[in-house]
Write a protein that binds this ligand. Structure first.
Ligand code: IPM
Ligand code: MG
Length: 357
């Protein structure tokens, strides 16, 4: 079981270290870890946010555990040298097109949500975000127009096969989450009232739906989805959407749950290993430079990402569920990082999860 560990910038190395402790405590047979540099940290050491050596480590692994990238001191660099290119590069070079971002309220944390507790309590959803296309990876540039004004531009585009493959992932996820005897629920979020990209997205979703008669497909415009997510989040089960809308809605969903320090994610592609599907696992939060190096960050999202890794890349459902229970139990026992208004430090939270594990 080869796991690449890329801590990255800011709080990234601190939170991945705790997730590694949890993985090591499980004493899994043949687990090997290989560290690599990414982000601003890699830029300062090697001159590139995603050195070839790092990509090689990822390719030689069965899964990647990723911390976070982002460093304000790199803001002046050309875009291809900025820390964010590390994660975008890994997602595209490794063909990781399907990003799973579950959001579920932890019992006892309802009052941390920006929503009323009785509304927050309803949240149990999965955002399936497309990760290899959209305006993120379209052509982009800046130019000077004939009249001398500067213009920045980014092309938003989706080809039908790109939509189809994420649709299949989302429909299967909806099937997997369906309650016994009930249809699965999938809501596709787009902006088909304005964007051609979205109209094609919607058309393809409807075509693929024919293969999944046991899943109920609905469509929602992204602005309405943003509103419904805070108004009545309980209506959502699986949400499938493009790269940009998924980026935004998943941050929003995290705050509905109560903290961005709790949400994990899996990024999957088509590559199969001896154990399962190759994937990259990361918390959805960023590098939080304001608290970096202080031992204050909540590592729970990264620990939960490691659980997702065991589930999706190593077919170790039992261990994944054990980690998730240990985190939920720590929260139920009142273990709170600063993101949740508490004072438990990074290592202390790691200890608390390990004890319950
Ligand atoms: C995320 C992040 C990234 C994204 C950044 C760091 C490039 O916000 O994973 O959601 O926009 O995808
Ligand atoms: Mg984001």
């Amino acid at each position: 079981m080869k796991i690449a560990v890329f801590g990255g910038d800011g709080i990234g190395p601190e939170v991945t270290a705790q997730a590694v402790r949890v993985l090591e405590a499980l004493d899994l047979p043949g687990m090997e870890l290989a560290e690599g540099d990414v982000g601003g940290a890699a830029y300062y050491k090697h001159g590139h946010p995603l050195p070839a050596a790092t990509l090689d480590i990822a390719r030689a692994s069965d899964a990647v555990l990723f911390g976070a990238v982002g460093d304000f001191s790199c803001d002046h660099l050309e875009r291809h040298l900025r820390p964010e290119q590390a994660i975008l590069g890994l997602r595209s070079h490794l063909g990781l097109f399907a990003n799973l971002r579950p959001a579920t309220t932890f019992p006892g944390l309802e009052h941390m949500s920006g929503l009323k507790p009785e509304i927050a309590r309803q949240i149990d959803l999965l955002i399936v975000r497309e990760l290899n296309g959209d305006v993120y990876f379209g052509e982009k540039g800046t130019r000077v127009l004939d009249d001398g004004r500067r213009q920045g531009w980014d092309i938003m585009a989706y080809a039908e096969d790109e939509v189809r493959r994420i649709a299949h992932v989302a429909f299967r996820a909806a099937q997997g989450r369906a309650k016994a005897g009930q249809p699965g629920k999938l809501c596709s979020v787009d902006k088909a009232n304005v964007l051609e990209t979205s109209q094609l997205w919607r058309d393809v979703m409807i075509e693929v739906a024919a293969d999944y008669p046991d899943v109920e497909l609905t469509h929602m415009y992204v602005d309405n989805a943003a509103m419904q997510l805070v108004k009545s989040p309980g209506q959502f089960d699986v949400v499938v959407t493009g790269n940009l809308f998924g980026d935004i809605l998943s941050d929003q969903a995290s705050m509905c749950v109560g903290s961005i320090g709790l949400l994990a994610s899996a990024s999957l592609g088509e590559r199969q290993t001896a154990f399962g599907t190759f994937g990259l696992y990361e918390p959805i939060h960023g590098s939080a430079p304001d608290i970096a190096g202080q031992g204050k960050a909540n590592p729970m999202a990264t620990i939960l990402s490691a659980a997702m890794m065991l589930r999706h890349s190593f077919a170790r459902e039992a261990e994944a569920a054990r980690i998730e229970r240990a985190v939920a139990q720590a929260l139920a026992d009142g273990v709170r990082g600063g993101d949740l208004g508490g004072s438990a430090g990074t290592a202390e939270i790691g200890d608390a999860v390990l004890e319950r594990l």
